[in-house]
Design a protein around this ligand. Structure first.
Ligand code: ZN
Ligand code: ZN
Length: 111
C-alpha cells in the first residue's frame, strides 16, 4: 500500500493526509470547534442571519463600527452582536442583531 507524508511532520503514513498522531490531534480540534460553536447556541441559522445583517450594513455604511462606549470608527472585523443577549432571552432574528467590531463586542460582553 502506498504511503504518503503527513502534512504536519512529513512522516510516511498509510493515512490519506496525516500520521495517526496528527490525525487524532486534528480530529480532536475539529470536534472542539464544532462543539464550542453549538454549545454557545450559534448554529447555522444564526450564522446565516449574521452574515446577512453584516452584508447589509457593509453595503450601506462600508467597514464602519457604530461603536459601543466609543464613537463610530472604521473597522474591518465586524461581528453581529446580540442587542438583547441570548442569556437574557434575546433571539437570533435580524432585529436583535447589530454590527459591532470585535473589540467593541468584547467590551460590551465584559461589562
Ligand atoms: Zn504527523
Ligand atoms: Zn467598534
Amino acid at each position: 500500500m502506498r504511503r504518503r507524508p503527513c502534512l504536519v511532520c512529513s512522516v510516511l503514513t498509510r493515512n490519506p493526509s496525516r500520521c495517526d498522531r496528527h490525525q487524532a490531534e486534528w480530529q480532536a480540534r475539529q470536534d472542539q470547534l464544532r462543539g464550542s460553536a453549538s454549545q454557545r447556541g450559534y448554529g447555522t441559522a444564526y450564522r446565516r442571519t449574521a452574515a446577512a445583517v453584516l452584508a447589509k450594513h457593509r453595503a450601506q455604511y462600508g467597514g464602519w463600527c457604530p461603536g459601543y462606549g466609543v464613537p463610530a470608527h472604521p473597522a474591518e472585523d465586524l461581528t453581529a452582536d446580540h442587542v438583547l443577549p441570548k442569556s437574557r432571552g434575546g433571539g437570533d432574528q435580524r432585529e436583535n442583531l447589530t454590527p459591532l467590531c470585535r473589540s467593541c463586542n468584547s467590551r460590551k460582553r465584559n461589562r
